[in-house]
Design a protein around this ligand. Sequence first.
Ligand code: ZN
Length: 295
Amino acid sequence: MPGTIKWMLAVLLLGGVLGLTGFAHGAQGPDRTVNTWINLIEQAKFLALPTGFLKEIDPDFVTVTFEDLRTYAAEYHPEDHRMILNLRLSFNRAGGALMDLDRMTHHDVSLLYHELLHAYLDYLFNGPGPEALSPRANRVLAFAREQMRCHYRFVRINPIRQRRDMTEIRFLSEEDAWEVLNETWAVFIGWQIWTKLEQQVNGIGPWTEPLIDAWVSLLSRANTSGELLGYYEPDDPEERRVARKRFIAPSNGLTPEGAELLLAVVLEEPDAVVDKGGLVIKATNDTAVQALSCD
Ligand SMILES: [Zn+2]
């Protein structure tokens, strides 16, 4: 997808590029990226983190670099399929390879998954095309396109982030709608990974009724507090002059169907959690304002 350098957790690039390698420690040669991606998947699997969506991505598709990001922790640049991670996520802070996942904080693992979701969506939309994707990935792609047609395209925004009752209406470009979907979904993935790691012993589970109940309260709170809302950096230069970042109002936040799909396909949660997740988002979504009609 064309576009400027955008939708990232960061824009300030302070410091230079210290590494242009993938994830494997010291691997060399043409197989390096393949090995490194496999290494990431193996580590994630060992820690009982979701890996199915990572296996979908061709290891050559994404380039990972480490930079001394002072203000922000990570960025993803779809225009050249590049993931930039903070140096602290690299092995020995040397910028050469990813540090072991089990040495990362829960916050950093969730941050990594936020970026990995961007890579996944980039691959679905800008990779080899639907014929080369699995039925599951095609399901995600079709649903994402449907949500971009209306829900994330004709939207309410909060001109002041903290004033969620104050809204304005925008009809977004396709690129901006893609960005809103991307951020909304990545924020949810990051939230769920972090929450599960914090809530269950090392995120392994298994889910019990009390754990699901506690998770339901956390998810309700996150959805009503605005924590799960997406944003975009406007393509329109006029709009960009007013605000570099626009925050989506609750009426155009994560949908119950979106939450269910992400919990099932990306996060590989059991049916009971998937169903509860959809119900919680539905029950806590903002119904005070009428949905905007796309026709
Ligand atoms: Zn993001």
